[in-house]
Ligand binder design. Structure first.
Ligand SMILES: N[C@@H](CCC(=O)N[C@@H](CS)C(=O)NCC(=O)O)C(=O)O
Length: 329
């Protein structure tokens, strides 16, 4: 038996890139396998869900879903830790990890599949990596990918009526991050934390697409540098304490997590409970309507459990930023 983990993923999948960065940070032997027809039988043998990333451990056990993957493997390989020892910072890191996975995926997906240049760029890259096609075969495969992905915009709530809310949220995120990263290489100091992995992966994917890529380069160059650093991160010192992080991280949590992500996620969970087919919520005064999604409701429940079990210091942060009422359920 080798000691090498195998990651079935794709360069265009934020959750795959997130898990790969974690492996690189831990310096754990791993093989990156681009999912495609050549390895479909093997993928199907291990995967319970038709989703990437899929991690196959050296002992043959299979793991899916990037947050539980990282949590399970972090327990097995705790050094260097991705969890700040300051309890407030540790909770903020978990909150930003969720915000990245569950909300920032929306602007990423929205930009990628809304505008023509982005659709063509992403569909071509997916087709080339997945089917190793070139020339007319590449064009045909890319057209099929585009046709399959564009109708999925509705699942993330992207459409002409929500474009304003989604793009404004992404711009606010970039501005906050760009200010915060002026005085540190990673979100929580001189080494990457759980929150960096979740958040960077979505922003990194956006940076590879023409429209949001130009926006990031123009508006938030430090965010681009952070994304590049996060592709293969290494520690360059310690985590900071919450005192030095708070001035630029609390405004991000207040504006984006408390006023956008948590109200949306709570409305989604209520709609799932009530069995509605569509829900509408006002996010910073902008209407946002979507088909409810079960997965997000489950992950909000997990976040609320994490909050209930968190160090009391986390409560102060949640109260100051306006997250408390949403997290206390
Ligand atoms: N919550 C999952 C989400 C995984 C996911 O949505 N993966 C996408 C790619 S980013 C996927 O495999 N989609 C199926 C497809 O594109 O065929 C995680 O964190 O791993």
């Amino acid at each position: 038996m080798t000691d090498t983990y195998r990651i079935f993923g794709s360069e265009l999948s934020p959750y795959s890139v997130k898990v790969r960065s974690w492996f690189r940070y831990k310096r754990l032997p791993h093989e990156w396998i681009v999912r495609g027809p050549a390895n479909e039988a093997e993928f199907a043998k291990y995967a319970k869900l038709p989703l990437i990333p899929l991690v196959v451990a050296p002992d043959g056990t299979a793991l899916q879903d990037s947050t539980p993957i990282i949590e399970a493997l972090e327990a097995r390989h705790p050094d260097p830790s991705i969890h700040p020892s300051d309890p407030t910072a540790a909770f903020a890191s978990a909150l930003l990890e969720e915000y990245g996975d569950e909300w920032v995926n929306k602007p990423m997906f929205h930009y990628r599949w809304t505008y023509e240049a982005d659709q063509v760029s992403a569909a071509t890259r997916i087709a080339r990596s997945r089917f190793a096609a070139e020339g007319p075969a590449l064009k045909k495969a890319a057209a099929a990918v585009r046709e399959r992905m564009v109708p999925r915009l509705g699942f993330v709530g992207s459409g002409p009526e929500t474009r304003g809310a989604i793009e404004a949220s992404f711009a606010r995120l970039l501005d906050h991050l760009n200010a915060h990263l002026a005085s540190r290489p990673f979100l929580f100091g001189a080494r990457p934390a759980f929150g960096d992995f979740g958040l960077f992966a979505q922003v990194y994917e956006a940076s590879t697409d023409p429209t949001p890529g130009a926006l990031i380069r123009f508006r938030a160059p430090r965010v681009l540098a952070w994304c590049e650093r996060m592709l293969a991160p290494s520690a360059d010192g310690s985590f900071e304490t919450w005192k030095s992080l708070a001035p630029t991280l609390e405004p991000l949590i207040a504006d984006e997590v408390a006023e956008v992500f948590l109200p949306w996620s709570s409305a989604n969970a209520r709609a799932i409970e009530g069995g509605g087919e569509r829900f509408e919520v006002l996010l910073r005064g902008e209407p946002f309507a979507q088909v409810p999604q079960k997965y997000h409701a489950r992950s909000l429940a997990a976040l609320r459990q994490r909050y209930a079990a968190a160090d009391p210091a986390a409560r102060g942060l949640a109260e100051r930023t306006g997250c408390h009422s949403w997290l206390a359920g």
